[in-house]
Design a protein around this ligand. Sequence first.
Ligand SMILES: C[S@@+](CC[C@H](N)C(=O)[O-])C[C@H]1O[C@@H](n2cnc3c(N)ncnc32)[C@H](O)[C@@H]1O
Length: 590
Amino acid sequence: MSVYQSAARILKDALEKKGAVKTLVYSSDEKDKRKLFALVCETLKYKTSLFKILKETNLLNTYGWNEETCKEVFTVSDDIDYKYLALPLLYDYLYGKGLGKAGRIRSLITKHKGLVLKTFSKLKTEKEISDVIDHKVNKSSLPRYVRVNTLKATQDDIINRFQQEGWFLKTDYEPSLYCKVLKSLTESEFLVDPVIPGLLAFPPGTDFHSHYLNDSGAVILQDRASCFPAFILNPPPGSHVVDCCAAPGNKTTQLAAIMNNEGKILAFDLSKERLVTLQEFINKGEVTNTTVRCADFMTIDPTIKGCESVEYILVDPSCSGSGIAERRNELTDDVRSTAKKRLRKLSRFQSLLLQHALSFPSAKKVVYSTCSVHEEENEQVVEEVSQKFQDKFQLEYILPEWTMRGKDGYNCSKFCLRLDTNQHFTNGFFVACFVLKSENCNSQLVNDINSEQLDEDMPTNNNHKKKRKLSPSPSPSRKDNGISDECEVKKEKKSKKKSKKKKHLSDDEESIENNQTHVEIKKHTKKKHKKKHLSDDEEIKEHSKKKKKKNKHSSKNLEVSENEDDNVEIDSSIPKNKKKKKKKSHLIYE
Ligand SMILES: C[S@@+](CC[C@H](N)C(=O)[O-])C[C@H]1O[C@@H](n2cnc3c(N)ncnc32)[C@H](O)[C@@H]1O
C-alpha cells in the first residue's frame, strides 16, 4: 500500500479526532513512519485550502475517482475514504515534492491536472487560499539548528565545510545580543550558539535534510532547546549513564558525544519502532558506548547488576508536546494536549518515572526535561518529587545566567529553566536537575547560590575536545554498525574464551544486534549460562520481563501516550579534558 493510502487513513482518524497524529502514525503498518508523519502533518496544515480545491474542482466526481476505475489502476484498500486519499495527493502535487514518486496512483491527480492547476491559481488570485501562504511563514519561523557530531568531526571542520559552500559565519556581534542577531540572520549567514557547544544556527527554512553532512552523521539536525538536557547532565567520559526514554535518540547520541564514547549508556524505550530510528542514529553517528533496550523503564530494577552503578540519568519522558512550535496550530492536538485529565495522567506518569530514576542506588545527577509548556508536567512534577526525595537529592541551580526560570509559585521555580519560542527562537522546553546532596557535580547547588558566583559558571562554546578531522570528501557512514559491533564482540569472545573462567559475562560482551526490530540486545548463545551467570543486560532483561507482569506502576498501566516527538535535537558539551574544569565566562546569552 502506498504512503498516500496510509496517510488517507490517518487523516480521516485525525480529523475525526480519533487520536493524535503521532500515535496514529506510529501504530500504522507503514514502514517509513517519518515520511508518513511529515506527509500527514503537511497535508493537515494545508487542509482548508485542499478541501476548497477539492470542492471547487469537484474532483471526486470526475472520471477516475470512483471505486471501480480506481481499482483498475491500483489497489486501494476497501476502507480508504477517497476524500482523504485526495488530500495528500493534492498536497504533494501543489505544495510538496510533486507526485514523481507516487507510482500509478498519481494519475488520479495528473489526469485532471489542467482542472486542478486552473482552480488552484483561481483560488489564489481570489485570495481564497491565502491562508496557505501565512502558514508556510509560521512553519519555518524557527532557525535551522545543526549540532556537530563531535564523534565524527570538530566544530571547526564543520564550520569550514559550510563556509566552503558559501555560508558566512557571523561573529561581529555582542554575545548578549545573540537572540536579536539570530532573529535577523540574512539568507547566507549562520551563528555559533553561545551556550550549547557545537550547535550552529542557520536561517529559518534552511533545509539540510539531504545535506551530505547530515547523511554522513557528521551533523545532527536538532532543535536548540532539546540540546539542553544532555548538556546539563554532562556525564564525564567513562561514566555510567541511563537514558530512560531514549528514542528517537537525539539526546542519546549527544550524551555519547559528551562522553567521547567512553563509559556506558543504557538507552531504554518502550517503542520498538522508535528504537529502530535510535539504532540508525547510533550507527550513523558512530556511537559505540550505548546499549539499546526495548523496555518499560518503570519495570527496570535499579538494584540489579548493570543498573546499580548508574550515576547519571536523563529523564525525558513522553509529554503533551505543547512546547513544539510547529504543533501549535489548528491541526494538532492542542485541545487534547491541554485537557486537564490528560495533563494529570501525564503528570503522574512523569512523576513516577522521575522517582524511579532517583531510586537508582548510585544516581548522583538526574536531569528531567519536557517539551511541554504546562506547569502540570513541569514545575508540579519537580516540586512533588523534590519534596519526596529531599533527604537525598537537591535541585541544582542550573545555568544561573539563564533568566527564564520556572513558573512562579513553586519552591523549585528558580532552579528550573524554561525555553520559550518567542524569546529564544526554539521550541518551548523545561529542564530541572537533581543532584545527590553529598555530591558537588562540578556546579553550584541550591544552598550554595550567591550572587558573586552567578557569573562564573557560564559555560562557553570553546570547550570542545579536538576530534579527529573529517576526511577530505564527505565521509560515508558505517553501514551496519550493529553487525560490525557484533563481529568485534565475537572476536573478543573467542580470545577471552581460552582464559575465561569468569562466572559472569562481562559488559564488553554485550552487543546490540540488528535483529528484526534492530533493538533487542543480543542474547548470549551459551545455553548453559544460568540466571546467575547472566550478563548485566540479560539480567536487566530477565528482571524487566518478570517485573512487567507484576509492576502495578508500569507506565503502560497509566495509558500515557504522546509527545514522543521532541525529535529535533542535538549534541553538545565535550569537556576539553576530563581532568580540567569547564571554561567559565560572564556572558548573558539569552
Ligand atoms: C520525548 S520522547 C524522548 C525523546 C528522546 N529523549 C530524544 O531525545 O530523542 C519520549 C519517549 O519516551 C518513550 N516512553 C514512554 N514511556 C516509556 C516508559 N515507561 N519506558 C521507556 N520509554 C518510554 C516513548 O516511546 C518516547 O520515545
